[in-house]
Design a protein around this ligand. Structure first.
Ligand code: ITT
Length: 198
């Protein structure tokens, strides 16, 4: 099956492509289909992932997979959450978002810097699919005081992974995929698709 990956985030696309490399799904990038940006007006990861998948399926005529994800920080009552990509403003760079988050947490002690990545994947067989496949993953950690490591993307350099004693950006890509919110959600999706739901 050829599907469209409904994301313009190079980091996500790289991880999802790697997680699907040995699957029968052939993934195409939405930029090759001229899919315009869709406004993420939802109030939840699930709503935004559905919006993106539906939009991509509509424009391409292909089944579509969308990822909506973000970092929830307990000391900020769950922010940036669904606004993670634009925490420092629309179009902000990863570096600017990190800087903003570190500034907001300067006075917060280590024990109160708990956070988690959330990922919701939505797979639509076609634009009006009434039963979308929805899979979710969560990855627990803590926000560091300064960036560490150069792998990954987004908030990885300031996300401390307690089980491995380093930041997510210090993990090699395979290890990150084994542990991450996205890896968990995608493995779930693969099982459900293999179970005949496609
Ligand atoms: P698309 O909508 O085109 O997929 P986006 O970057 O706008 O790209 P989101 O709205 O889902 O996607 O925002 C997710 C943000 O959460 C992303 O930009 C990162 O800053 C952060 N994020 C998600 N997963 C992450 C990960 O594995 N590591 C680090 N940061 C992550």
């Amino acid at each position: 099956t050829t599907i469209l990956l409904a994301s313009n985030n190079a980091g996500k696309v790289r991880e999802l492509a790697h997680l699907l490399a040995d699957s029968p799904l052939q993934i195409n990038a939405q930029r090759d289909y001229g899919v315009p940006e869709v406004e993420e007006t939802g109030l939840s990861f699930v709503e935004n992932a559905i919006l993106k998948a539906r939009h991509a399926a509509q424009h391409s005529g292909l089944p579509a997979l969308a990822d909506d994800s973000g970092l929830e920080v307990d000391a900020l009552h769950g922010a940036p959450g669904i606004y993670s990509a634009r925490y420092a403003g629309v179009g902000a760079s990863d570096a600017a978002n990190i800087e903003q988050l570190l500034a907001d947490l300067t006075a917060v002690p280590e024990s109160e810097r708990t956070a988690r990545f959330q990922c919701v994947l939505v797979y639509l067989r076609h634009a009006t699919d009434p039963t979308p496949l929805i899979c979710q993953g969560t990855w627990e950690g803590r926000v560091l005081y300064e960036p560490c490591g150069t792998n990954g993307f987004g908030y990885d350099p300031i996300f401390f992974v307690p089980t491995h004693g380093c930041s997510a950006a210090e993990l090699d890509p395979e290890t990150k995929n084994q542990l991450s919110h996205r890896g968990q959600a995608l493995r779930q999706l693969r099982e459900r698709l293999a179970g005949g739901l496609s």
